[in-house]
Design a protein. Structure first.
Ligand SMILES: [Fe+2]
Ligand SMILES: [Fe+2]
Length: 366
């Protein structure tokens, strides 16, 4: 199996190619999508590679969604695949049919991208998020609140509407409280196995960046701005195709150009809103700048780099190296720090990095 094949697969069964394409487009940066025009075709394919979740339309040829799911759930090999019924009817009127066939969830057409993603990721992440239920109240609130605002952000961006900054700030507030009482490890480990990589990475950046601010003695409100900046810093990745975003190996020159555009896309999205604090925009705009001027998109150099950018790039690089990806296990913190003080020493502010390292040793973040 190729490494990219480990990205969760979603199967869509619907007789309408326009609908299937819309779903595929909506999921492109998060999942692989296989489309089937009828249930017979889908059934054969499911046996070759089981998807993480299947969406079947109530009216799909030739069996119809409910009968297809009932058969699937009776088959010992396929029974565990979570199934979503797509329908034109409201949830109440299909409740009985849902129960009878064993479907896990339903979506009434037309639905928003966030509803689609929420429904799918909640099934994919059922185990991860089920474990959140056993966490202390504040950890649970932080994880649930940030994942839901993170999903919402993509809807606003897609609709060209301003990112709701107040909601982002509110979702990050319990994180700052957790940091103040030095009790945020449950949040970091809770997000570790989450299937939405962009969310997991952004929440880790938000946590470490606000912890960094706390260590430097910043006020509560400034820490909140850092956390919000962390959660939003890569929002523009929503425009980057899945194949580029999740490519295991080196990106080609063209792919790298596409990847780099996530920064300008993020700036564009954030500037639509008028209440986003300047520091949040700076974090997003400058987190890929490097001290020697070799970063992007502005090739800022030395003193041109804001302190926030110096902090954000350290946290972002550290998180990216130590994140679990579909194609790589997480790197040990010490190994990541050795790279950051070694081959990356011309990129990162070594004074801030020494403080960051001390902070990690104090917090024993793994
Ligand atoms: Fe980035
Ligand atoms: Fe990032």
């Amino acid at each position: 199996m190729s490494l990219t094949a480990q990205v969760a697969l979603i199967a869509v069964v619907d007789s309408n190619p326009v609908f299937r394409n819309e779903v595929a487009q909506a999921l492109i940066s998060l999942y692989r999508v296989h489309q089937y025009s009828d249930t017979r075709q889908a059934l054969q394919a499911l046996r070759l590679e089981a998807p993480a979740v299947i969406l079947v339309d109530e009216e799909a040829d030739s069996k119809g969604g409910f009968q297809f799911i009932a058969e699937m759930k009776r088959d010992p090999v396929l029974a565990a695949i979570p199934a979503i019924v797509t329908t034109k009817r409201d949830p109440l009127s299909i409740a009985q049919a849902m129960r009878q066939c064993g479907a896990d969830s339903s979506l009434t057409k037309p639905f928003r991208r966030s509803a689609l993603i929420r429904t799918i990721t909640s099934l994919v992440n059922k185990h991860v998020e089920a474990d959140w239920e056993h966490l202390p109240e504040r950890d649970k609130t932080t994880l649930k609140g940030t994942v839901s605002v993170f999903n919402e952000i993509s809807d606003f961006i897609a609709a060209g509407e301003p990112v709701p900054f107040t909601s982002v700030k509110e979702a990050c507030a319990p994180l700052i409280d957790a940091i103040a009482s030095n009790d945020f490890k449950g949040i970091l480990s809770g997000v570790k196995e989450h299937d939405n990589y962009s969310y997991a990475h952004s929440l880790r950046v938000a946590t470490l960046l606000s912890l960094f601010g706390h260590t430097l003695g910043l006020k509560h409100d400034d820490q909140l701005v850092l956390a919000s900046g962390g959660l939003l810093h890569d929002a523009g990745k929503i425009s980057i195709p899945h194949e580029v975003l999740n490519k295991p190996g080196r990106l080609s020159e063209d792919e790298f150009l596409i990847m780099k555009s996530h920064v300008t896309e993020t700036i564009k999205f954030l500037e639509v809103a008028h209440d986003i604090p300047k520091p949040v925009i700076i974090i997003a705009a400058q987190h890929h700048e490097k001290l020697d001027g070799s970063g992007y998109p502005f090739n800022l150099k030395g003193a041109e780099l804001n302190d926030l950018a110096r902090m954000a790039s350290i946290v972002d690089v550290f998180s990216a190296l130590t994140d679990r990806r579909v194609y790589k296990p997480p790197m040990e913190a010490e190994t990541a720090l050795a790279i950051m003080t070694g081959e990356m020493s011309h990129h990162l502010d070594q004074h801030f990095l020494a403080m960051f390292r001390e902070m990690l040793m104090d917090a024993v973040v793994d």
